[in-house]
Design a protein around this ligand. Sequence first.
Ligand code: SAJ
Length: 405
Amino acid sequence: MRVNVIGLGYIGLPTALILAAKGTEVVGTDIDPSIVNGLEEGNVGFEEEGLQELFEKAKLNNIVFTTKYEKADVYIVAVPTPYVKNNKKVDATYVEKAICSVLEVCDSGAIIVIESTISPGTINRKIRPIVSNCEKVKDIHLAHAPERIIPGRMVYELENNNRTIGVDEERVGQQIKRLYQTFCKGKITVTDVKTAEMTKVVENTYRDINIAFANELAKICRADNLDVYEIIKIANMHPRVSILSPGPGVGGHCISVDPWFLVGDYPGLANIVLAARKINDSMPEFVLERISEIMKDNDVADVSRVGIYGLTYKENVDDVRESPTLQLIECMKKHLARGIKVYDPFVHTNIVENQYQDYKEFLDTVDMVVVMVAHAHLIKNMDLLKDKIVFDTRNVCSCKKIYKL
Ligand code: SAJ
């Protein structure tokens, strides 16, 4: 079986590599020549444990990278699905374009698997008409196998997570299941397309709501001078309670985006979903208020004596999409406050004002450090914070003078 993976980003690349590493004939396609050239030169493009090893194995099995779409039995589409800013609905343009390009090269009978996250009904509304109206090829099968891997543990989760495959025909479902079983040790459930679409959005929304609850508790506990972490720790000892951790906001391209699809597509019905989104989106502003209180408490008058640790959306990844720190900096600009210092060991080019590349140099210029991301680097170098005023939004620091959310 020959597989053409479309989109060699965070999801498509590991998927293409693991399929090839396990012996499937794979062509990886990306429209961006710099990605393809980078891969041909041996550069995987982002940091992720085990990815480089997978790349070496895939190369031994002759994986091909190209900007062209190729003839194949199965296409796996893993292109971005952003949301439209004003109505929060899914923007499936990249998926639609990818499908059109596949239809130009594929033979009748090919299977197209969409891994990109889409809102329930997108395949029926937007993709199926493209396929049905295509005159050149017939009998094209659509499937939806939403990705579930978490940045930071992608390779491990690719092999070990359970998967969902949504199809129109059981026979096609079994065929795709066998393909995914070449690398996936988890349970693979075959269902219909719309259920698969909905399940994916539900998974990320569940996590968003749980984090929103933790964040709301943090605000309630702050108002009453209680320790939210102690309360969550004790509550979680109940066998049926599992509250996530409060934090400075929810970033990334998934959890902070997918719930909006439900809000946009089911107006008036997705109320708890909307409330959770608002709570999580309010956290950078809440952090900003705490920074100002803590500055006052400690007579830190100048914001340029404050430094933010962490620019990425979470620990030990280099991804800054929808990052709470970027939202916090935007918030500060609105309040006409500039000059805060920033450092992140994973972000090697300067993307914001006053960003440092050297940790010690950064620390030398500040009296107060706001921990926005709990990178392993921070924990390893905890002693360097010993003389600083630390505002720890992630509850990971162990220093003398510490403030929490
Ligand atoms: N966060 C908290 N408190 C927590 C956990 C996370 O504030 O207790 C924050 C993180 O710091 C981060 C954001 O939430 O800013 C999201 O991070 P995450 O690690 O929860 O999730 P993602 O966005 O990296 O990956 C999620 C995963 N979905 C679920 O766990 C249900 C992953 O499995 C999906 O594949 C991915 O979304 C996706 O692409 O949909």
